[in-house]
Write a protein that binds this ligand. Structure first.
Ligand code: AMP
Ligand code: GLY
Length: 439
């Protein structure tokens, strides 16, 4: 098979790495890729959102399957454009990708499907949102546990979690008056703030069969102990013991199945990866958001454990025969991915720093270093993004996987490199607190 992976992050490196292991693969391209994907296949300099360019390349090279990594090309209709040219593509259509592309569309679908989620209101402008908040919380110093969300894609920055009324009003001002997220700013959703553990359940679906993948937990805050600003994700591990088999079944029955069913009934059948960002509240799991693609970095530890041929699974999804293939086989060992970032991330960060120690890091047992923001310059690997590498490891236990990953991290250097030191600790805390409860 001739396969094109679209994107240039850690997720796409993991996809390219796994696809490159398939005996059925003939040729693999990554558009535009990074220094890591260049080791698994051939990078082609086409940007992920250049829909016409990707279609042209796929036709010219008779690509059999295009695997779309990021959300932007999906919401721009890349899969539809490829299908029009009879090129098979893994990922949802433009209409189905609205589950991620529009928070309002997502909330409406959740309501229609009767899926548990935070109570919400939609506002078309800042004035009506301000009036609502002031009426609900009349005291200037009132607590107001609300979340303000810009409707469109805003690279994870369009969500402001608030505790007090003044924060909510400021968030409304930033979105509705200053239009900080451009066109994506309005309408805005204001919803109840939920409390609990946050986990990610990703499922592959062809619109009929749903294949939940082992659950993962991301670490969105920049610093240890979940402090600091939100990022794209500073690390993840899988499976997470925070979701046991019974809870995963509840998520499937109460969340995934009704959502896929509702998408079908609304004539927007969903095919690809449905990623449910969940809050495990005292009233059960509730959907915080849907993404319509593999999570980054969740994809890295999940694929590290996959033993089956990923191409078989992707192809069966595209062809609508996911129900006919054998269920995937997973390594019994857990895995963890630690993101190494550039100084300054998630704010302004430096680029073009030479990265050393990659070979030594890859030599650590059960470790794979996935590249995210890297490029090749004069034959050297240099930093080219905020999240630079995803150092991913397997281990007999999560503690050993963590040790392996951080042993590899220590080998890698560039000026200003940093990472969180506590990736996966929530799993250990969860196990401790549940065994204390059982005593
Ligand atoms: P989203 O892009 O909707 O997932 O939001 C990004 C992050 O904001 C989530 O991963 C949560 O950490 C947080 N978040 C979103 N909605 C809520 C909510 N209703 N309550 C608490 N936190 C939330
Ligand atoms: N890790 C969060 C995301 O991919 O959106």
């Amino acid at each position: 098979m001739r396969v094109l992976v679209v994107g240039n992050g850690g997720r796409e490196h993991a996809l390219a790495w796994k696809i490159s292991q398939s005996p059925r693969l003939k040729r693999l391209w990554i558009a535009p890729g990074n220094a890591g994907t260049a080791l698994e296949g051939e990078n082609v300099p086409i940007s992920a959102d250049d829909i016409a360019g990707i279609v042209r390349f796929s036709k010219k090279e008779s690509v059999d399957l295009v695997v779309v990594g990021p959300e932007l090309p999906l919401t721009l209709g890349l899969v539809d454009a490829l299908e029009q040219e009879k090129i098979r593509a893994f990922g949802p259509s433009r209409a189905a990708a609205q589950l991620e592309g529009s928070k309002v569309a997502c909330k409406q679908t959740l309501r229609k499907a009767d899926v548990p989620t935070a109570e919400y209101q939609v506002f078309q402008d800042a004035d009506s949102a301000t009036r609502y908040v002031k009426a609900r919380y009349p005291g200037e110093r009132d607590k107001a546990p609300l979340v303000v969300k810009a409707d469109g894609l805003a690279s994870g920055k369009g969500v402001i979690v608030c505790s007090r009324r003044e924060q909510v009003l400021e968030a409304i001002d930033r979105m509705g008056r200053k239009m900080e997220f451009g066109k994506a700013s309005l309408p805005m959703v204001i919803e109840e703030r939920l409390d609990g553990q946050e986990v990610s359940v990703l499922a592959i679906t062809d619109g009929r069969t749903i294949l939940p993948l082992p659950p993962a937990q991301d670490h969105k805050a920049a610093f240890d102990g979940d402090q600091g600003p939100n990022t794209g994700g500073m690390g993840a591990y899988s499976p997470t013991p925070i979701i046991d088999a019974e809870l995963l079944e509840t998520v499937e029955d109460k969340i995934l199945v009704p959502t896929i069913h509702t998408m079908k009934r609304s004539r927007k059948p969903f095919r690809g990866v449905l990623y449910a960002g969940l809050m495990l509240t005292s009233n059960g799991p509730k959907v915080l958001e849907y993404n319509v693609r593999f999570g980054d970095p969740e994809c890295q530890p999940i694929l590290m454990r996959l033993k089956s041929d990923l191409l078989d699974i992707l192809e069966a999804t595209v062809d609508g025969r996911l129900g006919e293939i054998q269920p995937p086989e997973w390594d019994t060992r857990p895995s963890i991915c630690v993101v190494m970032a550039s100084a300054g991330y998630p704010g302004e960060y430096s680029k073009d720093q030479e990265i050393t120690g990659l070979d030594r890091a890859s030599g650590v047992a059960d470790v794979k270093v996935f590249h995210a923001g890297t490029s090749l310059k004069d034959g050297k690997v240099v930093t080219a993004g905020g999240r630079v590498l995803g150092v991913t490891a397997l281990g007999e236990s999560l503690a050993i996987a963590k040790l392996n990953a951080y042993t590899a991290v220590k080998e890698i250097r560039w000026p200003g490199a940093w990472c969180r030191k506590d990736i996966s600790d929530k799993a250990a805390e969860h196990l401790l607190s549940s065994s204390a409860k059982a005593d």
